[in-house]
Design a protein around this ligand. Structure first.
Ligand SMILES: C[S@@+](CC[C@H](N)C(=O)[O-])C[C@H]1O[C@@H](n2cnc3c(N)ncnc32)[C@H](O)[C@@H]1O
Length: 281
């Protein structure tokens, strides 16, 4: 089945983690999503697609920014994340947004439905990215703008690489995935991203590098931040859960020590490197 591992992860432990930690994830990712959103002129939009919208924060935000009569649809394959996203609509008083639980690579989408598409880190998980982007383009009207943000290489993103390097001293961490394998870092190479979008029929492709400090686990001391940092990585969190707190303690201690230089005023500040990608359907 297409995207089997992703469905298992995002409708399983990964999705549940994101639902519980929605605010923390937003604190880290909001400023980066903002950069991609700035590449779209929302004043022109009638119906925008939020690709891989997750718990829906960007969808809700876009809904409040759109002009009268315009709407946004958040689409995501995760059942718990879209259920949670839907539950946020009424309390926020938002009536111009909706959520589809679907696989944007394989599910049939209505043609010419969207006049803009956006994604905050939701496009790097297709096991056949050209098929995924072609499907999305088919749902966009010709010439409609697409803008998304994705990660540069793990080595440029300490929020990921520091935990992995520290954990390696204690656990047998799996080898890193193949460079283009579906996952957060699949789009680290710009030539690859350009070629995927071209093959899917997109034009006017522009990819700009972006560096920005991101905040993680605000309001937490370094020890709590280390415990939560360990929870983000599925391999480390599985080890901590299995080994129990006592046996995992040296790893958490080492993480807290590694994080200390980045921890100020009860928040972790990490340099991040992303690509801001824009194109036209
Ligand atoms: C890193 S999360 C980002 C979530 C959200 N955009 C945010 O910034 O909070 C990636 C999202 O992409 C979704 N996703 C992965 N593959 C997908 C697919 N084939 N179709 C739809 N959504 C997908 C996941 O379920 C997950 O919610």
């Amino acid at each position: 089945m297409a995207n089997e591992q992703q469905i298992e992860f995002w409708s399983g432990s990964g999705g549940e983690y994101w639902v519980v930690n929605q605010q923390q994830m937003d604190t880290m990712l909001q400023p980066l999503g903002e950069q991609a959103l700035a590449r779209l002129d929302l004043g022109d939009v009638r119906h925008l697609l939020d690709i891989g919208c997750g718990t829906g924060s960007t969808t809700l935000d876009i809904a409040t920014r759109l002009g009268e009569g315009a709407r946004v649809t958040g689409a995501d394959l995760s059942v718990p994340m879209t259920d949670y996203a839907r539950s946020r609509l009424a309390p926020a008083g938002i009536t111009n947004a909706d959520f589809m639980t679907c696989d944007l690579q394989t599910d049939t989408l209505e043609p010419d439905m969207f006049d803009a598409a956006f994604s905050r880190f939701g496009v790097m998980f297709f096991d056949q990215p050209v098929v995924g982007f072609s499907n999305i383009r088919g749902a966009m009207i010709s010439g409609a703008p697409l803008a998304f943000v994705c990660w540069q290489a793990p080595s440029e993103n300490l929020w990921h690489s520091l935990a992995v390097a520290t954990a390696r001293e204690f656990i047998d961490m799996p080898a890193p995935p193949e460079p283009r394998a579906p996952g957060p870092f699949a789009f680290a190479e710009t030539d690859y991203v350009t070629s995927l979008l071209e093959q899917a029929g997109f034009g006017d492709i522009v990819i700009a590098p972006h560096k920005q400090t991101v905040e993680m686990f605000s309001g937490q001391d370094v020890r709590s931040a280390a415990e939560n940092f360990a929870r983000i990585n599925p391999v480390i969190s599985a080890f901590v859960a299995e080994a129990g707190e006592d046996k995992a303690e040296p790893l958490i201690d080492a993480l807290a020590e590694a994080l200390t230089p980045y921890h100020k005023n009860n928040v972790l500040n990490f340099p991040s490197a992303t690509w801001l990608v824009s194109a036209r359907a």
